[in-house]
Ligand binder design. Structure first.
Ligand SMILES: [Ca+2]
Ligand SMILES: [Ca+2]
Length: 210
């Protein structure tokens, strides 16, 4: 009898233990999903002009798109910092994207472009996602700096890949141009290899925020 009771006790304990484990897993899973959904509610409130960012409504901040270029602001969701939650990307047309994140329930700007020599776009490569700051539209140079953000908004990795060819008559680089990777000189082949490793994300394939 003692043996059977002992076994029953063990079985009851194992069942209780499994119930607790399943409960914890479900709670963690749900809270993760909720956080992303909660964040999207905040992003959507901003897009809908129900929430200000730094004292400005979405329609005010991006009104120049309609006024100057006759286009509506395009907004997207993408996990820029690989934390499993979407960030909000708003196209600024000329300077790439304004990238918003949520920190303790507050809308913050994670990163943004700063002129045509500092265009903010999202890149992927090496199984990572990066915020890229690029200058591809000026004569004599092709500059790209990639920043890897963590979930707290800290930069954990910086990669810079540059080509300089100011003396070029037809504005293309060749073997004699200057190439750098993280400020170290590299060859043209190495430059092209590094550039092939990282690609800007295709906005036709990612979730649009409406
Ligand atoms: Ca994220
Ligand atoms: Ca985030």
């Amino acid at each position: 009898m003692t043996y059977i009771k002992y076994n029953k006790d063990i079985i009851v304990r194992i069942v209780l233990f499994l119930i607790v484990i399943v409960f914890i897993l479900l709670t963690v899973g749900c809270s993760k999903a909720n956080t992303d959904a909660d964040n999207k509610i905040i992003y959507q409130s901003y897009i809908n002009d129900e929430l200000e960012f730094e004292g400005e409504l979405f329609s005010q901040k991006y009104s120049y798109l309609k006024e100057d270029f006759d286009i509506e602001p395009a907004a997207y969701y993408y996990d820029v910092d690989d934390d499993g939650e979407s960030e909000l990307l708003v196209s600024t047309y000329y300077y790439g994207f304004d990238i918003y994140d949520i920190r303790s329930g507050e809308l913050i700007m994670l990163d943004h472009g700063d002129g045509t020599s500092d265009v903010c776009v999202v890149f992927t490569g090496n199984d990572n996602t990066y915020v890229g700051h690029s200058d591809f539209s000026h004569v004599g140079r092709q500059c790209l700096t990639l920043f890897k953000y963590d979930s707290k908004g800290e930069i954990t990795e910086r990669i810079s890949i540059n080509a300089f060819y100011e003396d070029s008559e037809n504005d293309v680089y060749d073997e004699n141009s200057e190439f750098t990777y993280n400020d170290e000189e590299i060859t043209m082949d190495q430059y092209e290899e590094y550039m092939a490793m990282y690609n800007s994300i295709d906005f036709d394939t990612i979730e649009q925020a409406k």
